[in-house]
Design a protein around this ligand. Structure first.
Ligand code: NAP
Length: 247
């Protein structure tokens, strides 16, 4: 029988992998975004209850391999998955998009965590946040001299000194140029997610001479196999499943 895979997702890359999986495999989502209804594999939604809960799930569901294709800033689930795999003696594989690299002309200000972001933004007036929903929890802390533009997946009524745009990539250079000038953006705040879908903001910041406050990636656990491209990950997974069905 073919080995059963648990795919940890919540990214476009994970969904691409999930589309290649047959019905015995499981695709797991935290439950914050859309849940696809058109997959052949099983889809489960919600946390496992930490590393111990995940280890129990691996044993109860007879999982042979965990493939972690979560976002590179989703450090907690990755730490839990590595720990659970070690406890359950199940291989742990990862897909992490390669980070963007600064190009000539870029002015990246590297920071760690929310406090680092706020400190780096002190000299600016009109930041564009492209970090996800985290700034929404700090709307009452917008400094008096600032107006925030926050782009994330959540609809929100905004705030006296903040405007929230709910938009999902991919974003084009033309669209980013228009947004930057309409909102009079003077600094961009970003995670180093990598990939093409949200990269245009960096090119437009470079073109317009704007600095980018870039959050460093969190430390992530090592894996037995680490992939940086979806294509490579899908090929390796298919080869693994083929080997396991021959064994
Ligand atoms: P996180 O801090 O690493 O995880 C928080 C908790 O959410 C985990 O401890 C786990 O709960 C649960 N969880 C996370 N991913 C899960 C999954 N795929 N299946 C089942 N449970 C999951 O994660 P986060 O930063 O809040 O991100 C949540 C999800 O959004 C991730 O799956 C990630 O791929 C996706 N995402 C995150 C970002 C980002 O910037 N962080 C961006 C795009 C997409 P238990 O401990 O109860 O198991």
């Amino acid at each position: 029988m073919t080995a059963r895979v648990l795919l940890l997702g919540g990214t476009g890359d994970a969904l691409t992998i999930a589309r290649t999986l047959g019905s015995q495999h499981v695709y797991s989502l935290a439950g914050l975004g859309r849940v696809p209804a058109d997959l052949a594999c099983a889809v489960r939604v919600g946390g496992f209850g930490g590393a111990q809960g995940l280890a129990r799930f691996l044993a109860d569901e007879n999982i042979a391999l965990v493939f972690d294709a979560t976002h590179p800033y989703a450090a907690q689930i990755s730490a839990n998955a590595a720990q659970a795999c070690e406890a359950a003696r199940v291989p742990y594989w990862t897909l992490r998009r390669a980070p963007w690299q600064p190009q000539p002309g870029d002015d990246w200000r590297m920071v760690s965590g929310w406090t680092g972001v706020i400190e780096a933004l002190a000299p600016f007036a009109r930041p564009l946040f492209t970090l996800g929903r985290e700034p929404l929890a700090h709307l009452d802390e917008v400094p008096e001299q600032q107006h925030w533009t926050i782009r994330c997946l959540d609809a929100h009524r905004g705030h006296a000194r903040a405007c929230v745009i709910d938009a999902r990539g991919p974003f084009t250079p033309e669209g980013e140029r228009a947004l930057f000038s309409e909102a009079r953006i003077d600094v961009v705040v970003s995670k180093n997610s990598g990939g093409a879908a949200t990269e245009a903001k960096l090119a437009v910041a470079r073109e317009m001479g704007l600095p980018v406050v870039m959050m460093r990636r969190p430390p992530l656990p090592h894996a037995q196999c680490e992939f940086v491209s979806t294509r490579e990950a899908i090929a390796a997974l298919a080869a693994y499943l083929q080997r396991s069905s021959n064994a």
